[in-house]
Design a protein around this ligand. Structure first.
Ligand SMILES: Cc1cc2nc3c(=O)[nH]c(=O)nc-3n(C[C@H](O)[C@H](O)[C@H](O)COP(=O)(O)OP(=O)(O)OC[C@H]3O[C@@H](n4cnc5c(N)ncnc54)[C@H](O)[C@@H]3O)c2cc1C
Ligand code: SF4
Length: 341
């Protein structure tokens, strides 16, 4: 048995100081990732600093029509917040389609941004894994990699980023606010998630002891008609094989503006910039959507087991774009409820 010391911080500065001072310490929020990995001997902290008493649970309006979501707001609270459901339905949908009701009540938004990959080899402390043990090798490259990524992969790691809500947040150009040993920082979400490259153990640019304190979602009018579509092996309690967050505005049948991001297929929440470029100013229609989706996935690098994801991601993009641009099926303002498991 490994002894672990536990303390509860009541101020942000104390939490930061406690973790920054001890390289063997971790923050503890809802514990839905941290405690699992600790039990599996994947994370080996000697000290846990519980942050649940910190005043970081707000969901506040911003003057630009956006929101500031505290890092300790729970996934379920954010999914139910009227401001999120009305102004950013794709965020509410992504949250409701993630994990289970019990987990969503425990899991925090900050913890969600910091959750670790679901790669089975990362989670098995006896397997070779560059992310867990840099330089040891990647068991997934020639192993069971059906759920692994096809975009943003490297020869050192192909693990898929698991978060659902990070996908619409990527489409919305959210900003992650942190408090750390070097003061306050604000990261563009695209810079907050790192590609594996040859350093897959580095998933974020954060210093040890740097605490996520909140997520800023800039106002975006077209996000009111946004949608998140998640395709998975079963309807409930499952991670995405492919997912798409999208918002579109049109004028006379032409796409004026679009935001598009992918989940389940990349090593980080993936902004589909190539597709956006093709879509902007083009006539809305299946042919255009197909071309944009094909272009986005042209950079895919797959294995025999996960090659289906390249096609699946394209079909999911086309489906969402067709739904958003079809007059008969404008997005339902109601957040979908999860089917009973
Ligand atoms: C069975 C199961 C199914 C799941 N399905 C889904 C799914 O479909 N979609 C999905 O998106 N997610 C899913 N998840 C993941 C879940 O959303 C995350 O475990 C959860 O969001 C983590 O939040 P937490 O508050 O519990 O974090 P914790 O477990 O407490 O922390 C996670 C990590 O982040 C660090 N951390 C926590 N808060 C902060 C902070 N504020 N600043 C800096 N570091 C911090 C911790 O030290 C730890 O390393 C699932 C999890 C489980 C167990
Ligand atoms: S894919 Fe990444 S997380 Fe999985 S075994 Fe390889 S290095 Fe580890």
């Amino acid at each position: 048995m490994r002894p672990i010391s536990y303390s509860r911080a009541s101020a942000v500065a104390d939490a930061v100081a406690a973790v920054a001072a001890d390289p063997t310490s971790d923050f503890l929020a809802g514990g839905t990732t941290e405690v699992d990995l600790l039990r599996q001997n994947v994370l080996l902290p000697r000290r846990l600093v519980d942050i649940n008493d910190l005043p970081l649970t707000q969901i506040e309006d911003r003057p630009d029509g956006g929101l500031y979501i505290g890092a300790l707001a729970r996934m379920s609270e954010v999914a139910e917040a009227p401001a999120v459901r009305e102004r950013f339905p794709m965020v509410a949908q992504a949250l409701v389609l993630g994990a289970s009701a019990q987990l969503r009540n425990m899991a925090s938004m900050g913890g969600n941004m910091m959750q670790r990959v679901r790669c089975g080899y990362f989670r098995d402390a006896t397997s070779l894994c560059n992310k867990r043990d840099p330089g040891s090798g990647c068991s997934a490259l020639d192993g069971f990699n059906r759920g692994h990524a096809v975009l943003g992969v490297s020869e050192h790691c192909i693990a898929t980023h698991p978060s659902d809500v990070a996908v619409p947040l990527m489409a919305l150009d959210a900003r992650i606010h942190t408090e750390g040993p070097h003061g306050r920082q604000v990261y563009a979400i695209d810079d907050f998630f790192l590609l594996p490259g040859d350093t897959p153990h580095l998933e974020h640019p954060l210093a040890h002891g740097e605490l996520v304190v909140g997520i800023e979602v800039p106002g975006l009018r077209m996000a009111r008609d946004s949608r998140y579509l998640k395709v998975r092996d079963r309807e409930s309690y499952e991670f995405a094989l492919a997912s798409v967050a999208a918002a579109v505005t049109m004028e006379d049948g032409v796409i004026r503006d679009v935001r598009l991001a992918l989940g389940g297929v990349a090593t980080k929440p993936w902004r589909a910039r190539r597709a956006e470029e093709i879509l902007r100013g083009a006539p809305a229609g299946t042919e255009t959507f197909r071309r944009a989706a094909r272009e986005e996935l042209s950079a895919a690098r797959s294995t025999p087991l996960n090659a289906f994801k390249t096609e699946l991601a394209q079909r999911t993009m086309i489906r969402v774009l067709e739904t958003l641009t079809s007059p008969e099926s404008r997005p339902d303002p109601e957040t979908p409820t999860e089917s009973p498991s």
